[in-house]
Design a protein around this ligand. Structure first.
Ligand code: AMP
Ligand code: ZN
Length: 111
């Protein structure tokens, strides 16, 4: 996708503070962290949002969760929250699906 900031990060057209990469996924620290540890796990395939996932993406959807948990452990995040924002009213700003992992402080209850 031409104007997608995360596709540009994946193509290395924009720098990122990367913590992980393989042929399907990339993970990097959020540029505007909302907790002491805040990183994003992003599938390299451009899927606009969780709502746009298809059955063929089931493996990808499973992998993103397990990878996030593994990276949280490897980076000593401790307890963490997993967030997928889906749609503008839910706070989604980048329309390339991504998983937030947040930790390093006591996280308040939702809403
Ligand atoms: P969302 O609001 O769920 O779409 O999340 C988008 C996230 O991407 C926000 O937490 C931003 O701070 C983060 N973000 C935007 N641009 C960059 C970037 N160039 N590098 C790292 N994180 C970014
Ligand atoms: Zn994209």
């Amino acid at each position: 996708m031409d104007n997608c900031i995360f596709c540009k990060i994946i193509k290395k057209e924009i720098p990122s503070k990367k913590l992980y990469e393989d042929d399907e996924m990339i993970a990097f620290w959020d540029i505007n962290p909302q907790a002491p540890h805040h990183f994003l796990v992003v599938p390299k395939k451009h899927v606009a949002s969780v709502a746009a996932l298809e059955e063929a993406d089931d493996k990808l959807a499973g992998k993103i969760l397990r990878l996030g948990a593994r990276l949280a452990k490897e980076n000593n995040v401790g307890d963490f929250r997993v967030v997928f924002n889906n749609g503008p009213l839910a706070g989604q700003e980048v329309f390339h699906m991504h998983m937030h992992i947040l930790g390093g402080r006591r996280l308040g209850s939702f809403a």
